[in-house]
Write a protein that binds this ligand. Structure first.
Ligand code: ADP
Ligand code: MG
Length: 159
């Protein structure tokens, strides 16, 4: 479990996590509206050397950026169920080259690859505290579990 007390801290944490990302990685972001999923995406973009502003893809569903690795930033909040993913070309995004970040990705867990990083963000005490839980799944994350733990150490909290 990690804890942040500002937007900048969440961006910093996500940048540290983003440095570990590899081509084809899928990052599932869950948490209520305003939790900080898009803020987290900004940190990942920073780690991928993307300098364009990251705008929430809530209405467009998918936004793609070019960086050190290509980034596809997806928000399935307004999608009418997993079947509608086809219409936005979701399968093509899982191309083994891009990093794919999916806000509300827990809603489409059934169509996501087994290898993924799951990030859950919840409010803490007061307006600016966030609790972040990061869980890895799949073989590609096994060698990165210790680097991930070290990357999160500055924000680690008990529990
Ligand atoms: P989501 O994409 O989960 O709906 P956003 O990332 O768009 O949420 O918004 C998060 C909101 O929470 C922003 O208004 C941001 O300023 C605020 N915020 C306050 N504290 C934090 C924090 N520690 N980490 C991330 N966001 C925070
Ligand atoms: Mg968002």
């Amino acid at each position: 479990m990690a804890r942040t007390h500002s937007v900048e801290a969440t961006v910093g944490l996500a940048t540290a996590v983003g440095a570990l990302l590899e081509p084809g990685d899928v990052v599932v972001l869950s948490g209520d509206l305003g939790a900080g999923k898009t803020v987290f995406a900004r940190g990942v973009a920073r780690a991928l050397d993307i300098h364009e502003p990251i705008v929430s893809p809530t209405f467009t569903i998918v936004r793609e950026y070019r960086g050190r690795l290509p980034l596809a930033h997806v928000d399935v909040y307004r999608l009418e169920g997993p079947a509608a993913l086809h219409g936005v070309g979701f399968e093509e995004l899982i191309d083994g080259e891009s990093v794919v970040l999916v806000e509300w990705g827990d809603r489409i867990a059934g169509v996501l690859p087994a290898d993924r990083l799951e990030v859950s963000i919840a409010p803490g005490v007061g307006d600016d505290e966030r609790l972040l839980e990061l869980v890895t799944a799949g073989a590609s994350w096994i060698p990165r579990s210790e680097p991930l733990r070290l990357a999160l150490a500055p924000w680690a909290s008990e529990g």
